[in-house]
Design a binder for this molecule. Structure first.
Ligand SMILES: Nc1nc(=O)c2c([nH]1)NC[C@@H]1CN(c3ccc(C(=O)N[C@@H](CCC(=O)O)C(=O)O)cc3)C=[N+]21
Ligand SMILES: [Mg+2]
Length: 300
């Protein structure tokens, strides 16, 4: 048996097409162009990769992209002043501040300075609280992308056993909230979990978001389970003759693909969906800001 590969890259392209269609209609019928502002402080390499493809895709779906690149030693006061300006700019419907921020900046303070209705990352405490209580919110992009792929694959998730490995505010916790919202029985596992292999073996759905290369082997996976691999780890690959480095997930793909019913690859799985959902969130924020009906199938 070999698992069905869930093609996140292709799925993301269909999400972007949907977004592009709605953007064209917003322009046509209302003269509105959604705008996304991305703030990058310093030169974190992962963030730079992300910013590059994000800027390109924002423009491709017909939205305005505003990039703000600030020096690594930018003061908190200056960063907060920029956020205040973007909060009050009617051309800007979405604001994303790239994380991690340099150590001298307080991430919580900065994120919570963003207008929650423009917080397309869904990291503001208001959005976290709204999601946790089942109210309309901005939903974090990576978990939203995972949810879309799971719904597409399973139809209904109701009653399924889901294990989320990882308890970050960015992925693990909001992912668990979304799965609960779709009536899964949810377990959040992490580095201190007793008998992690046994916990994972119970799951119909495994979402691996720990940030440790290939830590989940195939023999932890229940036969037929759906595996969503959120990890994006760059490891040495000299021995494989594939160049200096290669990307791997948190799951040992080669062994898991033989056991799982379906699995997302890395690259080409969750990563592209994250960016597509960022565009979807920007569209949603723009519709809400203008009192327009928000598109279906692009939110949780
Ligand atoms: N406020 C904030 N929100 C974020 O969502 C955020 C962030 N900060 N900081 C940096 C990380 C990183 N991130 C990625 C998204 C997509 C890919 C992606 O599309 N990856 C491709 C491969 C890219 C490659 O080849 O390197 C894939 O998985 O197929 C990667 C990384 C979002 N981040
Ligand atoms: Mg910091």
């Amino acid at each position: 048996m070999t698992a069905q590969i869930i093609d996140g890259k292709a799925f993301a392209a269909t999400v972007r097409e949907k977004v592009a269609g709605h953007v064209a209609r917003l322009k046509d019928e209302h003269g509105i162009t959604p705008g996304l502002a991305v703030v990058l402080v310093g030169e974190d390499p992962a963030s730079q990769v992300y910013v590059r493809s994000k800027g390109k895709q924002t423009v491709e779906v017909g939205m305005n992209s505003f990039e703000h690149k600030l020096d690594a030693d930018t003061s908190e006061k200056d960063l907060l002043a920029l956020i205040d300006k973007l909060n009050n700019d009617p051309q800007v419907h979405g604001i994303l501040v790239q994380l991690p921020l340099p150590g001298h900046l307080n991430e919580d303070l900065v994120i919570n300075a963003i207008d929650p209705s423009k917080d397309v990352d869904g990291f503001h405490i208001s959005n976290v609280g709204l999601l946790g209580t089942g109210q309309k919110s901005m939903v974090p992009c990576t978990p939203l992308g995972c949810l879309m792929m799971l719904r597409d694959h399973h139809g209904s998730l109701s009653g399924l056993d889901a294990v989320v490995i990882g308890r970050s505010n960015i992925v693990g916790k909001p992912m668990a909230q979304l799965l609960l919202g779709d009536s899964c029985t949810v377990t959040i596992a992490h580095s201190r979990t007793k008998d992690l292999p046994d916990v994972v073996r119970r799951a119909d759905i495994v979402v691996a978001a720990v940030g440790r290369a290939e830590m989940v082997p195939g023999d932890w996976i229940k036969p037929g389970a759906t595996v969503i691999d959120v990890g994006i780890n760059r490891i040495d690959a000299l021995e494989k003759g594939e160049g200096k480095t290669r990307l791997v997930g948190d799951v040992q793909f080669d062994s898991a693909v033989k056991v799982a019913g379906a699995i997302t690859p890395v690259p080409g799985g969750v990563g592209p969906m994250t960016i597509a959902c960022l565009l979807a969130n920007t569209l949603t924020a723009c519709c809400r800001a203008n009192g327009l009906v928000e598109p279906e199938g692009l939110t949780a």
